[in-house]
Design a protein around this ligand. Structure first.
Ligand code: BTN
Length: 283
């Protein structure tokens, strides 16, 4: 049976260099494990209809209902350092692609979750594999409310429950990879600065009472280096570079529908590959 993620369906949708090669399986333990081959080039993507041992951050499980999620891993070779920033680059690309497809406003919950209406629809997991980074992205797409995991720290939603419509996973993946490629190239060239306005516009935590480890206060901006600024009760601003955010009382976001994605982001010109830019080099 062919599905909306089958290589034949995806081949006509791919817009850039990410997704070549495209490794598609019906089932695996984790798509992260399919990209461990050192001979694979940057841009290789692994996709599964179902994972039997899907991994989340901090050793958690990532559950899926077979055929309902986008479960993908992307092989990147960004060089040394700044990995927490790459998590934001991937989360932003995922949020933008979700907005383009669903017309629902998606937010980035620093550092690696994507939310709609305060509910988590997607998560990012970065893992090092030799000199490469495997960026794992899981999106709840077609689940109905009864099929979503219940005992999660942030309540879960799918693109279907959030928008009231079914969505094509191949189109979502193509849009996500396209935006990830643009964001990744911009980040490699100029750091987070070109993505800052789009990220700030989608920053889910601003103004919320949060705790990250020992640091407690009100979340402010995402710092230029990618950390989360927290204003402590003393008035001092602390920047936390990584960690798990606890939000007192849950995330309160009411806006759902998007007017125009372009209005939220950075100058659209900056989101295109510059003329003559070859995109990702395959190594
Ligand atoms: C998180 O929110 O904790 C991160 C979840 C990442 C899940 C994706 S699904 C595709 C890839 N394969 C995995 O085993 N995990 C990631």
């Amino acid at each position: 049976m062919t599905t909306d993620l089958h290589p034949e369906a995806f081949a006509g949708l791919r817009r850039g260099r990410l997704g070549d090669p495209y490794l598609y399986v019906r089932e695996c333990r984790s798509t992260q494990e399919l990209l461990r081959d050192a001979a694979l080039p940057e841009g290789a993507v692994a996709v599964a209809e179902h994972q039997t041992a899907g991994r989340g951050r901090l050793g958690r499980r990532w559950e899926d209902a077979a055929g309902s999620s986008l479960l993908c891993s992307v092989l990147l070779r960004p060089g040394a350092g700044m990995l927490p920033q790459l998590s934001l680059v991937a989360a932003l690309a995922t949020a933008e692609a979700i907005e383009e497809l669903t017309r629902c406003q998606a937010r980035v919950k620093w550092p690696n979750d994507v939310l709609i209406g305060g509910r988590k629809v997607a998560g990012i997991l970065l893992e090092l594999a030799g000199g490469a980074v495997v960026a794992g992205i899981g999106v709840n797409v077609g689940q109905e409310s009864g099929e979503l995991p219940e005992a999660t720290r942030t309540p879960a939603a799918s693109l279907r429950t959030a928008s009231g419509r079914r969505h094509d996973r191949g189109r979502l993946l193509a849009g996500l990879l396209h935006r990830l490629e643009l964001g990744y190239l911009a980040w490699q060239r100029d750091g987070l600065a070109p993505l800052g306005p789009s990220l700030e516009a989608r920053h889910a935590l601003r103004g919320m009472p949060v705790r990250v480890g020992e640091v407690e206060g009100v979340a402010a901006s995402i710092a230029p280096g990618g950390g989360l600024e927290i204003v402590a009760p003393s008035g001092r601003t602390v920047v936390v570079e990584s960690g798990e955010v606890e939000v007192a009382g849950g995330i309160d976001v009411d806006e759902q529908r998007l007017v125009d994605v372009q209005d939220l982001g950075v100058d659209p010109a900056q989101r295109q590959l510059p003329a003559g830019d070859p995109g990702l080099e395959h190594r």
